[in-house]
Design a protein around this ligand. Structure first.
Ligand SMILES: C[S@@+](CC[C@H](N)C(=O)[O-])C[C@H]1O[C@@H](n2cnc3c(N)ncnc32)[C@H](O)[C@@H]1O
Length: 268
């Protein structure tokens, strides 16, 4: 449940947020490019916490339709104005909380950029996302996380001040996760992480691409009647490039061969 204080906070800063430049353009462009690489032109996409629509409107030309939602009416109004200025027809913007996902749709991909550290109930948000995705849908997110080494202490101290600032309306709800905690929360809902990295590195904004579990669990169980191997599945999506992270050794592979391997749990 979203606190009215937070809705008011984001509403109030929406005009300023729209004017603020992107803090780290190379990091933004890299994750935008990686996000586009995972999407197909037939995909129906939802972006939660879409803010003023910058990313949704950049993704729109690459997908069939994108719906952007945000708790702040001010953010959504600006997103709609930008949509009209850019004459983009395949986007819809709605004022909604992250867990209030349009029910009439099953989405091929759900995007959440710079917002999972702002939700008060992360497991409930991830559960809602998982259930709104089509069986083999993708969840693509970027989240501010605690630095693992450099700057960790000062970041922790800063986060101690946030609840006080929130009392006087100067900050929203914020709960910065550790990278490991965030990834565990995502996989606990049944996702498999297929790509991740920090963009920017300091403080880390963890970019995570996760695949809904149905096909994956079918493969790993190798059950009777499983007619589609991972190689078949990835073969059907030649435009998608996958960077797989080994859950055992954290090794990374960017090769199509790794993505199409018949074992999802081996060290690449
Ligand atoms: C830091 S901004 C990020 C906006 C955009 N995704 C971006 O990357 O520029 C966070 C956004 O999340 C929205 N937000 C915060 N809590 C939310 C919630 N519980 N449900 C939906 N949106 C939320 C805020 O209104 C704000 O627009």
């Amino acid at each position: 449940m979203t606190d009215v204080k937070d809705i008011k906070f984001w509403d109030r800063i929406s005009k300023k947020y729209a004017q603020d430049p992107i803090a780290d353009i190379p990091a933004y462009e890299y994750t935008l490019e990686r996000t586009i690489a995972h999407l197909n032109s037939t995909d129906k996409v939802l972006e939660i916490g879409c803010g003023t629509g910058t990313t949704a409107l950049k993704l729109a030309p690459h997908v069939a339709h994108i719906t952007g939602t945000d708790i702040a009416h001010g953010m959504i109004s600006i997103a709609k104005e930008r949509q009209s200025d850019q004459n983009i027809k395949n986007a819809t913007f709605e004022t909604k909380s992250a867990t209030d996902i349009p029910k009439d749709n099953q989405f091929d991909a759900i995007v959440a950029m710079n917002m999972l550290h702002l939700v008060s109930d992360l497991p409930a948000t991830l559960r809602a996302i998982h259930s709104a995705l089509d069986h083999d849908g993708l969840f693509i997110s970027k989240t501010v996380c605690y630095p693992q080494k450099k700057g960790r202490l000062s970041f922790k101290l800063l986060m101690k001040v946030v609840p006080l600032a929130r009392l006087i309306g100067k900050a929203p709800f914020v709960k910065i996760p550790e990278i490991e905690t965030l990834e565990k929360a995502i996989t606990a809902q049944g996702f498999e992480i297929i790509e991740c990295g920090n963009y920017p590195e300091h403080p880390p904004r963890r970019f995570i691409v996760a695949l809904g579990n149905s096909l994956i669990s079918k493969y790993s169980q190798g059950g009777a009647g499983d007619s589609m191997s991972p190689a078949d599945y990835f073969g059907k999506t030649p435009n998608r490039t996958y960077r797989r992270i080994c859950t055992t050794c954290s090794g990374v592979s960017t090769t199509a061969k790794a993505a199409a391997s018949t074992s999802f749990n081996a060290c690449w």
